[in-house]
Design a binder for this molecule. Sequence first.
Ligand SMILES: [Fe+2]
Ligand SMILES: [Fe+2]
Length: 207
Amino acid sequence: MTDPAAYFEGLVFIGNIPRDVSAFLTAAGRPGTLAHVRTVAGQARLLAGKFCRANMAQAMKDAAAAAYCHDLAAVVPLAEIVAVAEGWGVALSEADRAIPQVVHGPLAAEVVRRKFEIEDAAILDAIRYHTTLRARAGQLEKVVFVADKLALDPAASNRDFLPDLNAALADGLDAAARVYLRWMVEHGPALGITLHPNLLAAYEELR
Ligand SMILES: [Fe+2]
Ligand SMILES: [Fe+2]
């Protein structure tokens, strides 16, 4: 099934993003994803409160909204996700098509734009680039990126970057992002993970 509308039919915007996302993910049988996005939203609010000193209240609200929405496209199977994203006109690069694991970010941004009528570029970019980050990322992108990595499934193996990531937060968001990016560059390939050009560009910039 590659019709995007069919996957997101159950996502209805009542006006309360946490509630609307919860209802959708629950009906889709994704309690693990829901628990994850709730944790990321909590982390993202904290990080925004700590690091987004200009207009902090709005930044905390936007960070939580982006975090709630960042993994909405987890309901689409990996084998279908490129076709589903292209069905809604999501612009994908060669690398995106070669590494479909990253496509749930750009697809979720398009879902949110269509379903929740959110046009705020900072929120959409935070959702779009949450897997890899990118060079010249905005503050909200870094908040959601780092919050997502702090909240990775505790049952998953290969999370030995977490103590360093937590420690690096004392030095700021860039330092924390750098810890994860370096870990991916050093360990990803041996784990069979192909490094996306956006991740490599973010690392080059922040290293
Ligand atoms: Fe994700
Ligand atoms: Fe996530």
